[in-house]
Design a protein around this ligand. Sequence first.
Ligand SMILES: Nc1ncnc2c1ncn2[C@@H]1O[C@H](COP(=O)(O)OP(=O)(O)O)[C@@H](O)[C@H]1O
Ligand SMILES: [Mg+2]
Length: 262
Amino acid sequence: MSETGIYEPFYKVIGKELEVFEHAYLNKLPLLLKGPTGSGKSRFIEYATYKSNQKLITVSCHEETSSTDLIGRYLIKGAETVWQDGPLTKAVKEGYIIYLDEIAEARPDILVAIHSLTDHRRILFMDKIGESLKAHPDFMLVASFNPGYQKGFKELKPSTRQRFIALTFNYPEPKLEAEILIGESSVDKEIAKKLIAIGTKIRNLTELGLTETASTRLLVDAAILIKSGLPKRLATETAIVEPLTDDPEIAEALKDLCNLII
Ligand SMILES: Nc1ncnc2c1ncn2[C@@H]1O[C@H](COP(=O)(O)OP(=O)(O)O)[C@@H](O)[C@H]1O
Ligand SMILES: [Mg+2]
């Protein structure tokens, strides 16, 4: 357990990501985690934060996330209006790591809001109260982004990307991924290997035109269900096949593939 009373998150280091994080943190360089959904970005930042004995604030960005949500707003309390700091302001003041998950999903005004925090100034302009805040020395900005391998995915402007150093996440090699499945679910090694084989097969089936492929997260979910006692075929169907497609024909093909391997 850390000084902050949080247990160490389970995370398998895949490459040099922890080393890069440590140096980014030392120098407080903004860090961008790129990679498909379920590839370990969020888990990694929890782990890296824990390892640096730091506090983490996560903001899951969506289409409505605006700079106001990050910086803060006036709230009406009785006859008074009181200012309430948003998560970014809190992180800047207290010196936390802030993780803007899926930053490209948010409204563009948040990119303006973080602009002056991502360069040597390390200042947050709070336009609503006309103040600017110098960031605490421990403050660090981390964001995640799912690269636009699909039409319709939001892109991040090159000028924004250039404000971050970036780490790419991908599904780990089979041996490591099996260790992740076992670590997360205590499932048997044999089952873990079969689930990885299913994952690898589906990841190579580009002709199916799936929007997203079998992530580590889906394989972990299948492992958890199997460990819990759900029949294996039902577990792979509900944890892997159904989340990936609504098309009955593709679902049949994926089910056959799972049944064959499991
Ligand atoms: N390197 C890893 N070590 C441990 N667990 C992992 C790792 N990569 C992925 N996972 C598992 O996959 C799940 C999804 O990972 P997550 O970090 O939420 O993905 P992302 O944020 O990239 O969408 C986690 O809950 C965890 O079970
Ligand atoms: Mg995530």
